[in-house]
Design a protein around this ligand. Structure first.
Ligand SMILES: Nc1ncnc2c1ncn2[C@@H]1O[C@H](COP(=O)(O)OP(=O)(O)OP(=O)(O)O)[C@@H](O)[C@H]1O
Ligand SMILES: Nc1nc(=O)c2ncn([C@H]3C[C@H](O)[C@@H](CO)O3)c2[nH]1
Length: 228
């Protein structure tokens, strides 16, 4: 039984890989709240006003998801609570939160992490990080087409996305809640290429086997077809 959390910048392919991986392993996916998120469009329209509210919204949904995932112990999560502070800290660093909001946020996060540390299963089993360059990130954001994420929507988005990428390297190096691994999201087109999809799945299952989370002879031969 495994809990896998995915991480990576906007448009890296986390939702897509969550779907592929949960199908492959026969586990339950948890998706980030995007289309049903009432605060996200408000945030992109006025980031300074809504950064704190959006973060509390995401933190709350991520807390629910990780608690359920750790209880069920058979899940894949598309972005998790472990990545939450990366976003908020970055927004705070560019002046989108007051010091009171920052203090309140970290107290809330600390309380929530304390709750998790008292659960029978305290941590995920594996973090799968999808690494992408700025160019790939922008290509995917365009392909997906959410209006408020497009560079043409707001001239400051280019700087926001570049800055976000810079925060991921130290975040990944510091992450120590579970074993971790990186997928090369620039090279491996796991949406369009079946060959690349199998490489990604092989990399993840090899890691799970190495950790003793899958039997050595585990072999899934099901044909997986994912809508791009
Ligand atoms: N490896 C890939 N190769 C080609 N296209 C991809 C790949 N991964 C994702 N895509 C496409 O890029 C877009 C973004 O993917 P997805 O929604 O999975 O990203 P995400 O990491 O979940 O984004 P977000 O952080 O915004 O939630 C989608 O249109 C998807 O089909
Ligand atoms: N400010 C902020 N904090 C978060 O924790 C966070 N998580 C995701 N997002 C934004 C990125 C994509 O546009 C969209 C989908 O990932 O939502 C966030 N924005």
């Amino acid at each position: 039984m495994t809990v896998i959390v995915l991480s990576g910048p906007i448009g890296a392919g986390k939702s897509s890989l969550t779907s592929i991986l949960s199908d492959y392993l026969g586990t339950r996916p948890f998706y980030e709240s995007v289309d049903d998120n009432p605060v996200l469009p408000l945030f992109y329209a006025d980031p300074k006003k809504y950064a704190f509210l959006l973060q509390v919204y995401f933190l709350n949904t991520r807390f629910h998801s990780i608690k359920a995932a750790l209880s069920e112990d058979n899940n894949v999560l598309d972005r998790s609570i472990y990545e939450d502070a990366l976003f908020f800290q970055m927004n705070a660093d560019i002046g989108r939160a007051t010091s009171e909001e920052v203090d309140t946020y970290y107290e809330l996060l600390h309380n929530m992490m304390g709750e998790l540390s008292r659960m029978p299963k305290k941590n995920p089993d594996l973090l799968v990080h999808i690494d992408v360059s700025y160019d790939t990130m922008i290509k995917r954001i365009k392909k997906r087409g959410r209006p408020y994420e497009q560079l043409s929507y707001d001239s400051t988005l280019e700087d926001y996305y570049k800055r976000l990428l810079e925060y991921y390297k130290p975040w990944y190096e510091k992450y120590d809640y579970s074993p971790k691994m990186t997928i090369d999201g620039d090279e491996l087109d796991f949406m369009a290429s079946e060959h690349d999809r199998q490489i990604v799945l092989d990399q993840i299952t090899a890691k799970l086997k190495e950790m003793g989370k899958l039997p050595e002879d585990w072999d899934k031969t099901t044909d997986i077809r994912i809508e791009a």
